[in-house]
Design a binder for this molecule. Structure first.
Ligand SMILES: *[C@@H]1O[C@H](CO)[C@@H](O)[C@H](O)[C@H]1NC(C)=O
Ligand SMILES: *[C@@H]1O[C@H](CO)[C@@H](O)[C@H](O)[C@H]1NC(C)=O
Ligand SMILES: *[C@@H]1O[C@H](CO)[C@@H](O)[C@H](O)[C@H]1NC(C)=O
Length: 360
């Protein structure tokens, strides 16, 4: 039994993808000669059994392949020599983790050979700002490829939300998800420079995700695909009990819609800390523990500075706070507050800055 399992293991070819890899080769070789009119079909083992690449009647059949693979595959096609039908898959991402089957049929439809290759996506390139209060992060996507044929550049987030769309020579803000409105920027002259990096402003821990940059030609072929993982740590603020006040920082995009509602909430147990709506603070809605103890800035929707000042912090105020903006746009940020009981000095320390030591 053990031996059989081992044999099964070694008979399945496995290919691994690491960050920065531009293409992978899925091997499929045979020592036999294959008939000239054989049909070669690469499929993935997804629910839909998508066709990855088809070779028939002596040529590739791009119209047969699934759109996710369009422009991304190349097959060796030495059918007459002992065959090498290996497939090159360009710009692999985590979505390509799958089992790929290479099947060769005779003209009559008999299976002449069949091989499986397992593709494993190992890791992402990462962007990790030093602390949670950076004004922006840059998600890199650069190429030396000629981009004259480019019709569209699309940045998407793991949840399939569109982060930024550039099409027919200009940004298309109406296509992007509301969470990213007024928060993204791409370079000028991006097709000439090949720098398709995205600037994401005011990142918070809510932006922790995987972002994919995809470049399409006019024909819908994928010319480039790159992935990057963004890690933004949760902001932590530390203060000693007895301090006059502490600030829970949150800066986001300016000129928020006039009808936006801003709410600071404490979790576990859930308490409303501060509400701003309809143009003013709403002290009637806040929990009595926080009455007269909170303050937000003047003109907060215009400046985008939604920081909360909490007066006379007590040890029992420690915990998780979250600010959420509701309305035509949505913004959110969590702040972990720690109020230390012993009053040595009244220092107010903001440790949103990365506390882990960095090597020199
Ligand atoms: C291949 O050629 C055969 C016979 O000429 C034809 O029936 C079939 O549709 C062709 N297949 C493709 C994909 O062109
Ligand atoms: C871009 O141009 C193509 C072809 O002219 C057109 O079909 C498409 O709708 C345009 N897209 C946008 C967002 O303007
Ligand atoms: C909003 O504010 C206006 C003017 O202060 C007031 O008349 C109105 O009742 C308020 N609406 C709500 C829903 O509180």
């Amino acid at each position: 039994m053990k031996l059989l399992q081992l044999l099964l293991l070694v008979s399945v070819y496995q290919v691994e993808v690491y960050p920065g890899v531009e293409s992978v080769q899925l091997p499929c070789k045979t020592t036999h000669r294959l008939p000239k009119d054989a049909i070669v079909e690469w499929k993935d083992a997804s629910m839909y059994d998508r066709k990855v690449h088809v070779y028939e009647n002596g040529s590739d059949q791009p119209e047969e392949q699934h759109e996710d693979y369009r422009g991304r595959t190349e097959m060796k096609r030495n059918l007459l020599k002992p065959g090498d039908l290996s497939l090159t898959l360009k710009y692999p991402t985590d979505e390509d983790t799958n089992t790929y089957t290479c099947t060769v049929y005779s003209k009559e439809g008999n299976i002449l050979m069949k091989k499986d290759v397992v593709l494993i996506f190992r890791d992402y390139a990462e962007v990790k700002p030093e602390h949670s209060e950076v004004e922006y992060v840059e998600l890199p996507c650069k190429t030396t490829q000629n981009l004259l044929e480019v019709a569209k550049v699309e940045w998407k987030e793991r949840g399939n939300r569109k982060v930024h769309v550039y099409e027919n020579g200009s940004d298309q803000p109406e296509e992007q998800h509301q969470d990213y409105k007024e928060r993204t920027k791409m370079n000028e002259d991006l097709l000439r420079t090949g720098d398709l990096s995205l600037t994401l402003k005011y990142p918070t821990e809510e932006d922790y995700s995987i972002y994919t940059c995809t470049v399409y030609s006019r024909e819908g072929n994928i010319l480039l695909k790159k992935q990057v993982k963004l890690k933004v740590r949760v902001c932590q603020v530390e203060v000693e009990e007895g301090a006059e006040s502490v600030q829970l920082p949150f800066k986001t995009s300016q000129n928020l819609p006039g009808d936006a509602e801003v709410e600071w909430v404490h979790y576990n147990p859930k308490k409303t800390i501060h509400v701003y709506k309809n143009g003013s603070d709403q002290p009637g809605e806040q929990d009595q523990d926080y009455r007269e103890r909170t303050k937000m800035n003047e003109d907060l929707l215009r400046t985008g500075d939604l920081s909360l000042t909490l007066k006379t912090p007590k040890e029992s105020d420690s915990g998780e706070y979250k600010c959420v903006v509701y309305g035509k746009i949505w913004r959110a940020k969590t702040v972990l507050l720690k109020v230390k009981g012993q009053t040595r000095d009244n220092m107010n320390r903001n440790s949103c800055i990365d506390p882990t030591p960095r090597s020199a």
